[in-house]
Ligand binder design. Structure first.
Ligand code: PLP
Length: 441
C-alpha cells in the first residue's frame, strides 16, 4: 500500500504492476520483465519510449527556458511556432489554438470558447451541446459531464443542465442495432433521432455537437459508412458546430493525419487534441477553433477586459518544444503513411479472431482496434460484468503484452505508431493464446 489514490482503478485491487523504464515499444517492470506496450500507454506514446531526439529536445528546452507563461501579453518562440505549425496542419478554417495540459481541460476550454463566441455574436441562447451515449471526453467537471460512461458519472452530479448537455445515440451498429435492421437503416434511425432532438430542443439553443471520430474508451466504435455525412448534413441545416474530439484520433492513429480526414468529416469547426500531440513526452493539449470564432472572441475580450481563461501551464515552453519536435518527426519519418500501411496489416491480422467462440466483433481503423468478447456470438449479448476482460488483460500481462479492457469486455489494441509487422505478429500471437485461456477460464 502506498499513499496514492490511483486514477481509474478499483481501489480494492491489491496487485499493481510497477513499471520502471521504457525503450522503443517496450516497457520493463521492477523485476526486469519486458512488456510490449500494446496500448501506447493510454493511447498516447506514439513514438515509443526513450526516443533520443525527444530526450534531447526536452533537455535543451529545460536549459534554454524551463518555464514562462502566456498571461497578459507574454509569449515565447516555441509556443508561437507550435500554434502556427498546428494551424497549418488541421482541417479547421483559419485555425486558432489555445494550449492546455490535458484532453479534459481542452474540452473544458472549448465549452468556454463556445460560450464566449456565441455571446460575442449576439446569440447567447445558443449554448447547448450534444454529446453521444458512451462518449468519453474526460473527467474534469465540465468534460466529465460530456462523458457518458456510467462509471465516470457515479456520485457526481454532473452539471448537465447548467452546461446544456444533451445526449444522442452512439453509432455502434453491433450493440445498437434493433432487430434485423441493416447498417444503413441503423444510420437512418439514429440520425433521425438526432434531428428530432434538435427540433425538440430548438436549433437556436444548440451550439455544438461533439464526437470522437472513432471512440476509444467506449470500445473503439467505428461508425458505419454514411453516418458522419448524415450527421454533418443535419448540423449544417440547423447551424450547429461540429466539434471533433481528436484526443485519441489525432496525429496518425487512424492511418491519416486526423480522425476527421480518415472518417470523411469535412471541415470541423473545433478540434481538441492532447496525447499524441507530444507523444506523451510532456503534457500538453490544444483547443482549436475557426478563425472567425477567434475574431469575435478577440473583440469581446476588449469589451469585457480580458479573455478570462488560462492555466499556469498553458503553452508550457518545454511542452511546446517537445510537441514541435514530435510533429517534425511525424512528418520526416512519414509516420502517418506508416500507420496506414501497418494499420491495414494489423486490422487484417486481427480478423483471424473473428471466428473465435468468445469474440463477437473485431473492429478498428488504422492503428487502433478492439476485440469484443461476448456470451452470445449471434446476438452480440455481453457478459454481466467486466471480469472476463480484466482476466484476459491479466493473462496478456503474464505473456508480456500490455493491452486494456474497455467498455467491459472489449480488448483494446493501440500500439505506438513506430512498431513494425513483427510487433503486430507478437500482439496476435499473445492474443490467440489469451482468448483460448479466457475461454477455458
Ligand atoms: N477525450 C478523449 C477522446 C479521450 O480519450 C480522453 C482520454 O482518454 C480525454 C478526452 C481526456 O484526456 P485526459 O485524460 O488527458 O484529460
Amino acid at each position: 500500500m502506498t499513499h496514492m489514490i490511483y486514477p481509474q482503478t478499483n481501489l480494492n485491487a491489491t496487485e499493481q504492476l510497477i513499471i520502471e523504464r521504457g525503450e522503443g515499444a517496450y516497457v520493463y517492470d521492477n523485476q526486469g520483465k519486458k512488456y510490449l506496450e500494446g496500448m501506447a500507454g493510454l493511447w498516447c506514446t506514439s513514438l515509443g519510449y526513450a526516443h533520443p531526439e525527444l530526450m534531447a529536445t526536452v533537455n535543451e528546452q529545460l536549459a534554454r527556458l524551463s518555464y514562462s507563461h502566456m498571461f497578459g501579453g507574454k509569449t515565447h518562440p516555441q509556443g508561437m511556432a507550435l500554434a502556427d505549425e498546428l494551424a497549418a496542419m488541421v482541417p479547421v478554417e483559419d485555425a486558432q489554438v489555445f494550449f492546455g495540459n490535458s484532453g479534459s481541460d481542452a474540452n473544458d476550454t472549448q465549452i468556454k470558447l463556445l460560450r464566449y463566441y456565441f455571446n460575442a455574436i449576439g446569440k447567447p441562447e445558443k449554448r447547448k451541446i450534444i454529446t453521444r451515449q458512451r462518449a468519453y471526453h474526460g473527467v474534469t467537471v465540465a468534460a466529465g459531464a460530456l462523458t457518458s460512461l456510467p462509471v465516470n458519472l457515479q456520485f457526481f452530479d454532473a452539471p448537465e443542465e447548467a452546461l446544456g448537455i444533451l445526449r444522442t445515440d452512439h453509432p455502434h451498429y453491433f450493440t445498437g442495432r434493433q432487430g434485423d435492421e441493416t447498417e444503413a437503416q441503423f444510420v437512418d434511425r439514429i440520425t433521425a433521432n438526432l434531428e428530432a432532438l434538435i427540433l425538440r430542443e430548438g436549433p437556436d439553443t444548440i451550439a455544438a455537437f461533439i464526437a470522437e471520430p472513432v471512440t476509444g474508451a467506449s470500445g473503439v466504435i467505428v461508425p458505419p459508412a454514411g453516418y458522419y455525412d448524415k450527421v454533418q448534413a443535419i448540423l449544417n441545416k440547423y447551424d450547429i458546430l461540429f466539434w471533433a474530439d481528436e484526443v485519441i484520433t489525432g496525429f496518425g492513429r487512424l492511418g491519416e493525419d486526423f480522425g476527421c480526414n480518415a472518417m470523411g468529416i469535412q471541415k470541423p469547426d473545433m478540434m481538441s487534441f492532447a496525447k499524441q500531440l507530444s507523444s506523451a513526452y510532456y503534457p500538453i493539449s490544444a483547443a482549436v477553433i475557426r478563425g472567425d470564432m477567434k475574431e469575435a472572441i478577440v473583440e469581446q475580450s476588449g469589451k469585457v477586459g480580458a479573455f478570462g481563461h488560462g492555466y499556469t501551464y498553458s503553452g508550457h515552453p518545454v511542452a511546446c518544444a517537445t510537441a514541435l519536435k514530435v510533429l517534425e518527426i511525424y512528418k520526416r519519418d512519414k509516420l502517418f503513411d506508416h500507420a496506414a500501411t501497418l494499420g491495414a496489416y494489423l486490422q487484417t491480422k486481427l480478423q483471424q479472431f473473428a471466428d473465435h467462440p468468445l469474440v463477437g466483433e473485431v473492429r478498428g481503423k488504422g492503428m487502433v482496434a478492439a476485440l469484443e468478447m461476448v456470451s452470445n456470438k449471434i446476438t452480440g449479448e455481453g457478459f454481466a460484468d467486466g471480469s472476463l476482460g480484466a482476466y484476459a488483460i491479466s493473462r496478456c500481462q503474464e505473456h508480456g503484452l500490455i493491452l486494456r479492457a474497455v467498455a467491459g469486455n472489449s480488448l483494446a489494441v493501440c500500439p505506438p505508431l513506430i512498431i513494425n509487422e513483427s510487433h503486430v505478429d507478437e500482439i496476435c500471437s499473445v492474443l490467440g493464446k489469451v482468448l483460448d485461456e479466457t475461454l477455458d477460464h
